[in-house]
Write a protein that binds this ligand. Structure first.
Ligand SMILES: *Cc1c(COP(=O)(O)O)cnc(C)c1O
Length: 434
């Protein structure tokens, strides 16, 4: 934080910035690889496809590619980012629930793996594959309906989730088996049970359901048509301390006991982790513009609010963040002699609920201090909310350099001119001329 202040990344002119720990990201990628290497049979093909929505920044994707990861994409934009990062097309997986015919055709032309979401999409693939054979590995997403976690909006394996073919619905299982039997080119099964809030045993239960279905399909068809299982992502992140828990290793050890057959080398594996690869390696650093008080409550008005920490602001119980206080030089701010002060940490948006922390006991913040929103490396830099036309902040990666810290630009801060341009600036006469 001190280096960010000294090197001018944050200050009165740039009052909020995103920082990414490059060493930490590399370490998380290495832990992911090692956790799976430890449990799969030697020679098992494993593709770890990073869920791009968790950090849709080209240099981050390039870094992960350098660490041997691929990309899981869910829109033409994410696909373009993965390609801009130089990810090989055979290391990209397309998973969106609403792929248009043009998107399907593009993926097939490029040889990108994709998972069909539903029977209608499979029918579209029938037509496309009949016309031109494809190199793309093709799969079907199923919803094992094993239940939800603590955050409903991120639980994708509930009874009524919008994703995939709901496996326990009447007739669905038989339909899936027949769908594979009729399509020799359908060789993958995909299940992603959910994200933050899903316990490991729920994730493992979803993977087990997909594995058992694959076994049943291959047995019915009489050959090993399904050769790869895509087990999704969703490892939860601990937002309450520095500890990384659960670890990838805990998850793979659980898979080893729950679904040993998945790891014995008969199936290739695809994973799609997002949050767990990046969260702990990122921090939002924001300046306190004013420190005021209302109704006896101290309030630090900062430059990090709903535009950055959208989920935290709108669903604070599901997405609480730790706040680290610093002085204006980026030094940890000590608690004063009178002890910590219960205060609100507010953002810059013009609505009353724009608080990233409410009633939080912290050293009393004053104007010019800095606050760090910890564990924000995943999703916080890629899901900007354009409320009040607030700019997307700059994002910088950092790594040790001798006795100091070296920064590299990941994304420039958005300029006011760019905001005007993307807000119809060139169309100023558009409505009055009608
Ligand atoms: C969001 C998503 C992921 C990544 O989830 P994390 O919780 O970030 O690991 C993986 N697969 C699919 C299909 C997703 O929608």
């Amino acid at each position: 934080m001190r280096a960010a202040v000294e090197q001018g990344l944050i200050g009165p002119e740039q009052p909020v910035v995103g920082l990414l720990d490059v060493t930490g990201i590399r370490a998380a990628a290495a832990e992911l690889r090692a956790a799976f290497d430890e449990v799969v049979a030697p020679g098992t093909p494993v593709l770890h496809a990073f869920a791009v929505k968790a950090a849709s920044l080209v240099p981050v994707l390039r870094l992960l590619t350098d660490e041997g990861l691929g990309c899981e994409v869910a829109s033409p934009g994410e696909l373009a980012l993965a390609r801009a990062a130089g990810t090989d097309t055979d290391r990209i997986v397309l998973d969106s629930p609403a792929k248009t015919p043009a998107e399907l055709r593009e993926a097939l032309d490029l040889g990108i793996a994709l998972n069909a979401d539903n029977p209608q999409e499979l029918a579209r693939l029938d037509a496309l594959v009949a016309g031109t054979p494809t190199r793309s590995p093709l799969g079907l997403r199923v919803n094992p309906q094993v239940g939800g976690g603590s955050i409903g909006a991120l639980s994708t394996a509930t009874e009524t989730s919008k994703f995939g073919v709901a496996l326990r619905d009447v007739g669905a299982r038989d339909w899936v088996v027949r769908a594979f039997a009729e399509r020799p080119w359908l060789t993958r099964l995909h299940a992603h049970v959910g994200s933050q809030g899903c316990p490991l045993d729920l994730m493992a239960a979803g993977v087990q359901a997909a594995y058992e279905l694959a076994e049943e399909i291959n047995e019915t068809i009489g050959r090993r048509q399904i050769d790869t299982l895509d087990i999704g992502g969703g490892l939860p992140v601990n937002f309450t301390s520095d500890e990384v828990t659960p670890s990838y290793r805990e998850y793979t050890q659980l898979l080893k006991t729950t679904v040993p057959g998945l790891l014995d080398g008969r199936y290739g594996l695809v994973t799609e982790f997002g949050r767990s690869l990046l969260a702990k390696s990122g921090v939002v650093l924001a300046r306190v513009e004013y420190a005021k008080s209302a109704g006896g409550r101290p309030i630090a008005v900062t430059h990090a609010g709903a535009q950055l920490a959208t989920r935290t602001v709108f669903a604070p119980t599901a997405w609480p963040l730790r706040i680290a206080p610093y002085d204006a030089d980026g030094r940890p701010k000590p608690t004063g002699p009178a002890g910590p002060v219960t205060q609100d940490i507010a953002g810059p948006c013009c609505f009353a609920g724009d608080l990233v922390a409410e009633n939080r006991a912290l050293p009393e913040l004053t104007a010019g201090d800095l606050v760090g929103l910890l564990d924000t490396g995943a999703y916080y830099f890629s899901n900007h909310f354009a409320y009040n036309s607030l700019p997307r902040p700059g994002v910088y990666g950092f790594a040790p350099d001798g006795d100091g810290i070296r920064f590299a630009e990941v994304r420039k801060p958005q300029t006011v001119a760019e905001i005007v341009a993307e807000s119809g600036g060139a169309e100023a006469e558009g409505l009055t001329a009608l």
